[in-house]
Design a protein around this ligand. Structure first.
Ligand code: DP6
Length: 362
């Protein structure tokens, strides 16, 4: 497929007004997307677990308006007007207008809320952009007779990518792969797809307990971090490394080798932060308690042989990953040894989930 496939061909009869709602989950990358080209094209492929509990719910109310010269929308976050989110949404609407040519014809009311606590330091751009993309695309679906659901999912992911790269991995469930990679059938830079190859059952119910080390805003945004990969001295080898790690993970997904899984996933997390520490300007998003948690996990794993590991996103919080069969032991470990390193003792229990869902409105 090419981006042209997402431009509607016909003159569709769009609805005059309507209301739609979606819930879209967050995701956690195992092989990280860090570095991008123009138009939100990733510099390397990535793969993620779709989460379940961490999600955004968005309701979109729309009606056609007379003046079609500009975008027009009101935005409410957790019930209150949210002016500072508006520029990001406006940029998003501009980027996707070519693929949803009706956007200027409507007035939109966007009401959005997160299941995870506000300013928990958890990135909401992935779930937020995915939920909004789904709602906006639903208008096209309303106007299309028998729209193929596979095409709908691909286009939703394609649009979400233009809002935030990682958001394209928040439409489908379980394991989602994004970015061209040799040997992975149908892999594309344009949208995320369900990981196509064999997946051992152990990965279908993996747990992710997110330890909230720092709940405030990050000092450097992901978008700025991605840009710092341009001209980064290690960028070229990092992008090759991501392909190598993805290829190695393919074998692990099939055979369920958790030791190998741990090696790859932890190396990816630390490599991501190594890129931050070696860019110009350099920066550090980990905090002392991030390292305390990592060290405690390593000690616990060595002593118990329980296959628990960590990954990080672009922040100080730690995602603790482990198979469902060890959830009792690992939760006891988290409560007795790791919660002390969390801000106000806060953490979120999550696990692999099934992807975005339409919310039926009464
Ligand atoms: C470290 O998707 O937030 O979480 O495309 O600029 O919106 P933009 O960046 P974003 O970057 C996510 C980076 C990451 C790794 C990952 O999720 O793959």
């Amino acid at each position: 497929m090419t981006e042209k496939d997402f431009i509607p061909q016909e003159n569709l009869n769009y609805p005059k007004k309507g209301k739609v709602a979606y819930k879209a989950p967050s995701n956690i990358a195992l092989v990280k997307y860090w570095g991008k080209k123009e138009n939100q094209i990733p510099a390397n492929p990535s793969v993620s677990f779709t989460l379940d509990a961490c999600a955004t719910r968005t309701t979109l109310t729309y009606h056609q308006k007379e003046d079609k010269s500009d975008f027009c929308f009101d935005l409410f976050f957790e019930g209150k007007p949210k002016e500072d989110f508006k520029p990001k949404i406006e940029t998003f609407l501009k980027r996707i207008e070519r693929y949803l040519p009706y956007l200027r014809e409507y007035h939109f009311t966007i009401e959005t809320s997160n299941s995870f606590p506000h300013s928990s330091g958890i990135a909401s751009s992935a779930s937020g952009m995915a939920a909004l993309a789904l709602c906006l695309l639903e208008i096209e679906k309303e106007a299309t007779v028998n729209q193929d659901s596979d095409f709908f999912d691909k286009k939703a992911s394609f649009l979400a990518r233009l809002g935030s790269g990682s958001a394209c991995r928040s439409i489908k469930g379980n394991l989602v792969q994004w970015g061209e990679h040799e040997g992975l059938e149908n892999s594309t830079d344009l949208f995320g797809v369900n990981y196509p190859n064999k997946v051992n059952d152990v990965f279908k119910s993996f747990h992710d307990t997110i330890l909230l080390v720092h709940k405030g805003q990050k000092t450097v945004s992901s978008t700025v971090g991605h840009n710092l990969m341009n001209g980064h001295p290690y960028a070229a080898s990092r992008f090759v490394h991501a392909h190598t790690n993805l290829a190695a993970l393919e074998a692990v997904f099939a055979n369920g080798d958790l030791n190998q899984f741990i090696n790859i996933v932890e190396s990816e997390a630390l490599t991501l932060h190594a890129m931050m520490m070696s860019s110009t300007p350099y920066f550090i998003l980990m905090m002392p308690n991030t390292l305390n948690i990592i060290n405690a996990i390593w000690t616990y794993r060595k002593n118990t042989q329980i296959p628990v590991c960590f990954t990080l996103d672009a922040g100080a919080n730690v995602h603790v990953l482990y198979p469902e069969s060890y959830s009792k032991e690992v939760m006891a470990f988290i409560k007795t040894e790791l919660v002390q390193y969390c801000e106000n003792g806060h953490y979120i229990c999550d696990k692999v989930g099934n992807g975005a869902k339409k919310i039926e409105l009464k």
